[in-house]
Design a binder for this molecule. Structure first.
Ligand SMILES: Nc1ncnc2c1ncn2[C@@H]1O[C@H](COP(=O)(O)OP(=O)(O)OP(=O)(O)O)[C@@H](O)[C@H]1O
Ligand SMILES: [Mg+2]
Length: 310
């Protein structure tokens, strides 16, 4: 069973949201509604996220990604549709129940993670647990564990301003991990980092994921990041999800010109290598004798790793 399900979610800001939903259902576009003073931020979003899956939502600025994410933990109320979390309808919970789900089971990591300057790294990492009412001893123990996981074990007694931007972002991740939430919502969490550090964070997230098997919804406008991290990707345009699928499915069969334009610059070999498929044949079994792409490293031909030149 999937841990999270978005069931025909709509979010309209501005005038007459319910009328706007009806019109969107019958095919009206964003522009049309805007003329009447309504912004269709999210239009009829449907998807499921399985346990242990990284689901990436990708799209240009303004396409509705953050609004969609905020509906997934109840920070924004859908204009129509439902969010089901672990079989429970989030949209039907009262304020107290919702806060409890948010503090125990769903954790959010933002783009600019605000750390408290007058608290140590350990105290910052334990903040989510503090919100849950966990006592000091256990909080410190679990926060220290989470800091170990993200490679900051040595830094727990430091102050935030002694850390680089990448390290601060890691503290944000540790804070989310310490709560032991089942679902992590990550909104452009690595976008403010410079490219090298960003790559490191992506690798680290993938490594952690092998161990922790969380369900993660990860938002990005960077296609390579989406391809690297996503088990599946949803591409948003003007509030609508125009395609969802595995990285390979999206690269090999873009649903429309918009998606095609997006994937034009992607490192195809890397994406298809990861999915163990290559152009010109199924090629799922790289260990088998037969044609091997010319540029493949030798160990691929010898039955080693899938091609990964990313
Ligand atoms: N609180 C709000 N009130 C009115 N309009 C809003 C509100 N929040 C978002 N919008 C509008 O909804 C649309 C989607 O915004 P959203 O922030 O979800 O996009 P995004 O894909 O996250 O963009 P970005 O990549 O820039 O973060 C935009 O047109 C935005 O102006
Ligand atoms: Mg956003």
């Amino acid at each position: 069973m999937s841990l999270l399900e978005a069931d025909h979610l709509f979010k309209v800001f501005g005038k007459h949201p319910d009328d706007a939903v009806e019109r969107l259902r019958s095919g009206a576009g964003r522009e049309e509604l805007r003329e009447d003073g309504a912004t269709a931020a999210v239009v009829d979003a449907c998807f499921e996220v399985g346990e242990g899956e990284i689901f990436v939502i990708m799209g240009l600025s303004g396409s509705g990604k953050s609004t969609l994410l905020r509906m997934l933990n109840g920070l924004a109320e859908p204009t129509a549709g439902r969010v089901l979390f672990d079989g429970q309808e989030l949209t039907a919970l009262n304020g107290r129940e919702l806060r409890s789900v948010r503090s125990h089971r769903i954790s959010m990591v933002f783009q600019h993670f605000a750390l408290f300057p007058h608290r140590t790294v350990l105290e910052n990492a334990g903040y989510g647990l503090e919100q849950q009412g966990v006592d000091r001893g256990e909080r410190d123990r679990r926060a220290a564990e989470a800091l170990e996981l993200v490679g900051l074990g040595e830094w727990k007694d430091s102050w935030p301003d002694e850390l680089s931007g990448g390290m601060q972002q890691r503290v944000g991740l540790a804070r989310a991990l310490a709560t032991d939430a089942d679902l992590l919502l990550m909104d452009e969490s690595f976008s403010a980092l410079d490219p090298l550090i960003r790559r490191e964070m992506q690798e680290q997230l993938l490594q952690l994921q092998q161990q922790l098997r969380k369900s993660i919804v990860f938002i990005t406008h960077d296609l390579n990041e989406a391809m690297r991290l996503g088990d599946r990707i949803a591409v948003m345009r003007d509030g609508r999800i125009v395609q969802q699928g595995t990285p390979a499915e999206i690269v090999l069969a873009p649903a429309d010109d918009y998606v095609a334009a997006f994937v034009e610059d992607v490192d195809r070999d890397r994406v298809l290598g990861r999915a163990a498929v290559r152009p010109g044949g199924p090629g799922a079994d790289r260990g088998a004798a037969g044609e091997v792409p010319q540029q493949a490293p030798r160990d691929a031909a010898a039955g080693g790793k899938a091609v990964n030149r990313g």
